[in-house]
Design a protein. Structure first.
Length: 223
């Protein structure tokens, strides 16, 4: 049986799929920390802050609020993260990573608007360190949240691909990641083109059934 080895320009989602076990382990660890933190465990709160420190720093650097230093912004982000921990529903289908990102980001927008109203110093047309006007970023807030959801769904799809049988996974990767033709696949595997079409169809049907059984599936009924 032919094995398809990763190539240097392999789609990032394929790399995510190959690291499914690691991702699941991190999610399990995060969930345990969230449960402990919501029960008042300060050590768990500190651990979560460390896990999301990079995200907070990156967000802090992409905003400008008149009178705030970078350290002030980072501290604001940490406070927002801790509030997000308290408010987050452990049973939610919406991943905490996306929830936390959205919470910190929204708080920065809120601070910008509050600062503008109170001091009349922070213009909606002021430019942050990335060269983006604040008003543009506020206007695109909903789109950014939609992108986060789409990215998470894409990750979930590739987790589902990881649950396929080996041969099914190979043909899905061949067609949708490596973007190679079924004709070439049939030649490589030394089987008829008709057989390859059938295998692809069955692989997609199996993938659909897996996706529809997973809790994150956005459809109420997949049939």
């Amino acid at each position: 049986m032919i094995e398809f080895k990763p190539i240097s320009n392999m789609d990032k989602h394929y790399q995510i799929m190959m690291n499914t076990d690691c991702v699941l382990l991190e999610e399990f660890k995060l969930k345990e920390l969230l449960i402990r933190a919501k029960n008042g465990d300060k050590a768990a709160v500190e651990e979560i802050c460390k896990m999301f420190n990079g995200m907070i720093v990156n967000l802090a650097r992409s905003f400008y609020i008149n009178g705030y230093t970078l350290e002030d912004m980072i501290q604001e982000g940490r406070v927002s993260l801790i509030k997000a921990v308290r408010k987050y529903d452990i049973d939610s289908k919406y991943p905490f990573t996306a929830y936390a990102f959205s919470a910190v980001e929204k708080n920065f927008y809120y601070e910008i608007r509050s600062n503008s109203k109170k001091l009349s110093c922070c213009s909606l047309y002021s430019v942050n360190k990335n060269g983006s006007e604040v008003i543009e970023m506020i206007a695109s807030e909903e789109n950014m949240e939609e992108d986060l959801i789409k990215k998470q769904q894409s990750i979930n799809i590739w987790k589902s691909v990881g649950k396929l049988l080996k041969e099914e996974r190979n043909i899905i990767i061949w067609c949708y990641v490596r973007r190679r033709s079924l004709k070439e696949y049939s030649i490589r595997r030394k089987i008829s083109y008709r057989a390859v079409l059938y295998k692809k169809k069955k692989a997609l049907e199996h993938l659909k059934s897996i996706i529809c059984k997973d809790s994150w599936c956005p459809l109420a009924n997949c049939e």
